[in-house]
Design a protein around this ligand. Structure first.
Ligand code: SF4
Length: 182
């Protein structure tokens, strides 16, 4: 039954509350049918992961959006990115990291019957949006799940994001996930 109810829904992969808050607000205000998935085994240490997960859940609750936490399989993430530890942010390690997370969420979305997957992985100015999109379309091709690009940067979205971080007193970390920013 649950699968059938998701056929018009988008599953939005979120990395954290600060990157997703303005997108969640906008989609909720537009009446878009969507749920949020938190699949981020790249975040270390575990205490930091928990903090970001709980904060993202809090934002979803504010907008009455279902929040789905998937498994924290950091060992798998480490295996997949082995040998790329010294790559810079936006480098080869990030391509694998994006692809891994997007593909897992697409597989979950397929199983549950969602219409499409979207993400906020490219919202931060530290990210290369084209790199995120490349990983997303590769995962989409391999899984057969469609990918929807959602605007999270332009049209006042960055400004709104900063406002919400302040207004909601969101926990805003100073590194992406796997290691401190250099
Ligand atoms: S910097 Fe961020 S996107 Fe890149 S590999 Fe680390 S956690 Fe993943």
């Amino acid at each position: 039954m649950k699968e059938q109810t998701k056929q018009n829904s988008i599953l939005l992969l979120s990395c954290c509350a600060p990157c997703s808050c303005a997108v969640i607000e906008k989609l909720a205000q537009e009446g878009t049918d969507f749920d949020v998935a938190f699949y981020n085994p790249n975040i270390r240490p575990l205490a930091e992961y928990r903090k970001r997960c709980d904060e993202n859940k809090r934002v979803c609750e504010l907008y009455h959006i279902p929040f789905i936490e998937l498994e924290y399989d950091n060992e798998r993430w480490c295996r997949l990115t082995q040998g790329l530890e010294n790559e810079p942010e936006r480098g080869a390690r990030c391509s694998i990291c994006f692809y891994m997370r997007l593909k897992r969420v697409m597989q979950y979305a397929l199983k549950k019957g969602y219409r499409s997957v979207a993400s906020v992985l490219g919202v931060s100015r530290y990210k290369n949006l084209a790199q995120v999109n490349r990983a997303a379309y590769q995962a989409a091709q391999e899984t057969g799940m469609s990918y929807t690009e959602i605007e999270g940067r332009k049209g006042g979205m960055q400004e709104r994001r900063q406002q919400l971080i302040k207004n909601l007193n969101l926990y805003a970390q100073n590194y992406c996930g796997c290691k401190p920013r250099e």
